[in-house]
Design a protein around this ligand. Structure first.
Ligand SMILES: NC(=O)c1ccc[n+]([C@@H]2O[C@H](COP(=O)([O-])OP(=O)(O)OC[C@H]3O[C@@H](n4cnc5c(N)ncnc54)[C@H](OP(=O)(O)O)[C@@H]3O)[C@@H](O)[C@H]2O)c1
Length: 335
């Protein structure tokens, strides 16, 4: 019976989460019963939406419970199995992250092919993150050949993929915004953006106008706040914004005021639409086929920032919320 370390939420954060809001607990993991598997996690995902789950508020996903292990995406290796469908040694994608070992019904795990792609790819380009970028650009923003596209949070997991996919989907110019000169450099040199904005330099609106003097057609919003305001300002007539997330306000304790330039939407006939990747599973087969091709041809670069060890998972999450990552932030657990 393996002893497993797991991360509990022990206090609801007030504003920015603190290490004391979490605790690493040791627990025994039972042997699998009929139809169950026991999994040793190899990679666990830390994601911005988890910040919302730390609040006790009604949302599209239930809050984490205090004093209990959190959950989230993970890929692991099956170490014991009572299921004929999922043998020992298989790599599986599942939702019992934030722990070293997990016990689950085999039906709740999806076997992934680690010969086709490394295990961690199923938590980034070949997983929810990549599908989010694709669904936002296609189903929501209805990206067309020749569009000028602006992506915020562009050096992050979703944003870095969205920028590169926009190019593959026919954008004539792709502009990204991220924090700091090093990320700005990486947008241009590693992710192939045509223009990059360091939002920490200020004057977002001016920087966007300089990068896109004739305006933008599509905005992929990961950040909200001042980025959304600047994008509305820069929109061309019939522009479309896919509202994917608003990380700039996730730690706010009071509702943030909305952009003060919404009046522009009328004259410009602009569409703003929020979306959740969970509603776009129908696009998954099409996306995974295209993504596998882009990855194989070197047209899509999927970067990860790796933090080692379950004891450092909270630091990985807190660091991701502050911008310590380029590409997907993942926690690697030793075998
Ligand atoms: N709608 C959906 O179904 C769906 C699915 C997945 C993700 N999302 C959303 O997509 C967004 C990106 O998620 P991700 O997993 O790819 O995370 P990520 O971009 O890899 O990581 C978060 C990034 O946010 C940036 N950031 C933090 N505070 C900021 C601020 N005040 N202003 C501007 N940027 C800030 C940081 O980059 P800098 O160093 O550049 O500041 C950080 O690296 C999030 O809003 C998330 O909630 C939505």
């Amino acid at each position: 019976m393996p002893v497993s370390k797991e991360v509990h939420l022990v206090a609801r954060p007030d504003g920015e989460p603190k290490p004391e809001d979490f605790a690493v607990i040791e627990t025994n993991v039972d042997a699998p019963g009929p139809g169950q598997i026991q999994v040793r996690n190899d990679w666990i995902s830390v994601d911005p939406y988890m910040r919302g789950r730390m609040n006790d508020t009604k949302s599209y996903v239930a809050p984490f419970r205090l004093g209990e292990v959190m959950d989230g995406g993970a890929v692991g290796t099956v170490v014991a199995s009572e299921s004929p469908d999922v043998p020992v040694g298989a790599s599986v994608l599942h939702f019992q992250g934030w722990r070293q070992y997990a016990l689950m019904d085999a039906a709740r795990a999806k076997v992934v092919d680690t010969e086709a792609a490394p295990a961690q790819a199923y938590l980034s380009a070949l997983g929810m993150v990549g599908l989010t970028a694709y669904a936002g650009l296609t189903a929501i923003a209805e990206l067309k050949e020749g569009d000028v596209v602006f992506v915020s949070g562009a050096a992050g997991a979703v944003g870095s993929l969205a920028g590169q996919m926009a190019r593959q989907l026919g954008a004539s110019k792709v502009i990204g915004s991220a924090g700091g000169p090093e990320k700005k450099r990486r947008l241009l040199e590693e992710f192939g953006f045509d223009a990059a904005i360091d939002y920490r330099e200020g004057d977002l609106e001016g920087q966007l106008a300089e990068a896109a003097p004739d305006g933008i057609d599509v905005y992929f919003d990961n950040v909200g706040g001042d980025h959304l305001r600047a994008a509305i300002q820069g929109m061309r007539v019939h522009g479309r914004a896919a509202l994917c997330g608003a990380i700039s306000v996730y730690n706010d304790t009071e509702p943030a005021p909305g952009p003060d330039n919404l009046g522009l939407l009328v004259g410009k006939r602009v569409k703003l639409q929020g979306f959740l990747v969970g509603d776009h599973g129908d696009l998954a087969p099409e996306y995974y086929e295209r993504a596998a091709g882009w990855l194989a041809e070197g047209k899509l670069h999927s970067k990860v920032t790796v933090v080692d060890g379950i004891d450092n998972a909270v630091d990985a999450f807190l660091g991701m919320m502050r911008g310590a990552n380029t590409g997907k932030m993942l926690v690697r657990l030793p075998a």
